[in-house]
Structures are given as structure tokens and as C-alpha cells.
Design a protein around this ligand. Structure first.
Ligand code: ZN
Length: 205
């Protein structure tokens, strides 16, 4: 069962791998992620935030589960262009209760695959642009707190510490394994069992 993980779960600093197959597993994961996102009243959620080391994220800028036609899925996204910059308050479901001003490009062009496997290019601005940049960052293990200037970081620090101790306490209660084990699970995700122990590349002695 998927669950939104909070900072500093190692998945949030993990560089995800490209999605290789759009299959029923992926479609089920995406459906669960939309449910989790609506429950948490978010507008976006990246695979890293549910501890899946895969390059995709979901958005629904309305945050309204009744407006399913506003749901968007971005698979293997790549931001091709960034124009101008803007500073706005941002939040993140992996940092509950934390809002801070984050500089982002005002307009972007992004290329990605949709859930039908269709390659698409999108020009985005305003909230959509900001949300795509925030979520695409998750896929390379980058977080919105990384952009905070000294003053914003000082203001955010007490809440970041609280979020961190909440996660460490849950870990101490055994709700999560230790970091090393969580990282191993991320490394192993999607690998066929036994494949790592195989005798190396074809043609090697
Ligand atoms: Zn986030």
C-alpha cells in the first residue's frame, strides 16, 4: 500500500529511474496516488513522495476529486526551456504545514509521456509551471527547501526540525526501517529477483 512519506525519508533525496513500461501496475499506482493526494488536499504528487523511485508525477490543480478531467500524469518529464523568474509561496505534501517563498521560472516548456504512452510537449505558466517544476525536482531528489534564501531558511528551520523529528520518531517506533534498508529497497525496486547475482553482461568471461 502506498503512503505519502515525509522529510527526511531517503526516497525524497533519491534520483528516480525512467519509467520503462506503462502497465497495469503503473496505472494502479497512479490511481492510489491521486487518492492520497486528494485526501491530503494537494495539487501535485511525485512518485518519490510515495517511495517509488520512478520518474513520474501527477497533478490536479483544482485539488478536487470530482474534477477528474483536470487530472494530469507526467511520465519521464524533461523541462526543455525556462523563461524569466518569479517568487511565490510553495508547500509540499512531504513537508506538512511548511510554506516558503521559492524562486521558479515563470514559463517553461516540458516534454513528457502521458498515460497512453503518447509523447507530449506543453508550454506552461503560472501555477501549472510552478507545480511542474516542483514535481520534476522531486524526481531528481531535489526539494523546495533547497531554494530558500538565508532568511526564508531561518524562518522555516523550526518547522523543518519538527517534520524531521516526527519522521525519526515513526522510524524509532518501527513504522519505517532504517535509512540504509529504505535506500536498498529503492535500489532494488523493479529489478528482477536474482538478476543482480547473474554472471555479468553477455559475452563476459
Ligand atoms: Zn513536493
Amino acid at each position: 500500500m502506498l503512503k505519502i512519506v515525509t522529510y527526511p525519508h531517503p526516497a525524497l533525496r533519491y534520483a528516480s529511474r525512467p519509467v520503462l513500461r506503462i502497465d497495469q501496475t503503473l496505472r494502479d499506482q497512479i490511481r492510489s496516488m491521486f487518492d492520497l493526494m486528494y485526501e491530503a488536499r494537494g495539487i501535485g504528487l511525485a512518485a518519490n513522495q510515495v517511495a517509488l523511485p520512478q520518474q513520474f508525477f501527477i497533478l490536479n490543480l483544482t485539488a478536487d476529486p470530482k474534477q477528474r478531467d483536470q487530472e494530469q500524469v507526467f511520465i519521464n518529464p524533461e523541462i526543455l526551456k525556462r523563461h524569466s523568474s518569479t517568487l511565490e509561496e510553495e508547500g509540499c505534501l512531504s513537508f506538512p504545514g511548511l510554506y516558503a517563498p521559492v524562486p521558479r521560472a515563470k514559463r517553461i516548456r516540458v516534454r513528457y509521456y502521458d498515460l497512453e504512452g503518447q509523447e507530449r510537449t506543453l508550454d506552461a505558466e503560472e501555477l501549472l509551471s510552478r507545480a511542474i517544476q516542483h514535481e520534476a525536482d522531486h524526481l531528481i531528489g531535489r526539494l523546495f527547501i533547497d531554494y530558500l534564501g538565508p532568511e526564508a531558511l531561518r524562518a522555516a528551520a523550526p518547522r523543518i526540525r519538527e517534520i524531521e523529528s516526527t519522521f525519526r520518531a515513526a522510524q524509532a517506533r518501527g513504522e519505517f526501517p532504517a535509512d540504509a534498508e529504505l535506500t536498498r529497497a529503492l535500489d532494488d525496486y523493479g529489478r528482477e529477483p536474482g538478476r543482480v547475482a547473474a554472471s555479468g553482461p553477455v559475452g563476459s568471461p
